[in-house]
Design a protein around this ligand. Structure first.
Ligand code: FES
Length: 134
């Protein structure tokens, strides 16, 4: 009666996780944009069978990171001015951006990818939160 329940039962404190994609939608070496229920855009990255979720908004001049390129060394390169971020930690590996790209917590339930709250920032990067897929 008017009470909404989460789609997935999660341990206490994890109610902010939401399903955003299935593993099948994210092939190796690709980047996928998704918009969360909050309206925030994220980009999912799959590099060497590890998936991570980062903000889709470049910290330099707000270009969409999902339009960029995932490079062999595991950096995500912005298509506008070429900033490169570590795709696990969001750390800036090549300027002009100076602030790291926010990273979000991840969980896999079956083949469904769920994204949670923003990870803790530690100096110039975020605590990594990746899931490994076969
Ligand atoms: S907007 Fe991404 S590097 Fe400038």
């Amino acid at each position: 009666m008017g009470v909404s329940r989460p789609i997935f039962d999660s341990p206490a404190g994890d109610s902010e996780f939401e399903p955003v994609a299935s593993v099948d939608e994210l092939s190796e070496g690709t980047v996928l944009q998704r918009v969360r229920g909050s309206g925030d855009a994220i980009c999912l990255v799959r590099h060497k069978n590890e998936i991570s979720a980062l903000s889709d908004i470049c910290t330099h001049q707000h270009f969409s990171m999902s339009l960029g390129d995932l490079l062999e060394d595991g950096t995500l390169q912005c298509a506008w001015h070429g900033t490169r971020y570590d795709c696990r930690t969001g750390e800036v590996k090549q300027v002009p951006a100076t602030s790291p790209l926010p990273v979000f917590q991840l969980r896999l339930e079956g083949d469904t990818i769920l994204v949670g709250p923003r990870c803790e920032r530690i100096d110039g990067k975020y605590r990594p939160s990746t899931v490994r897929v076969p």
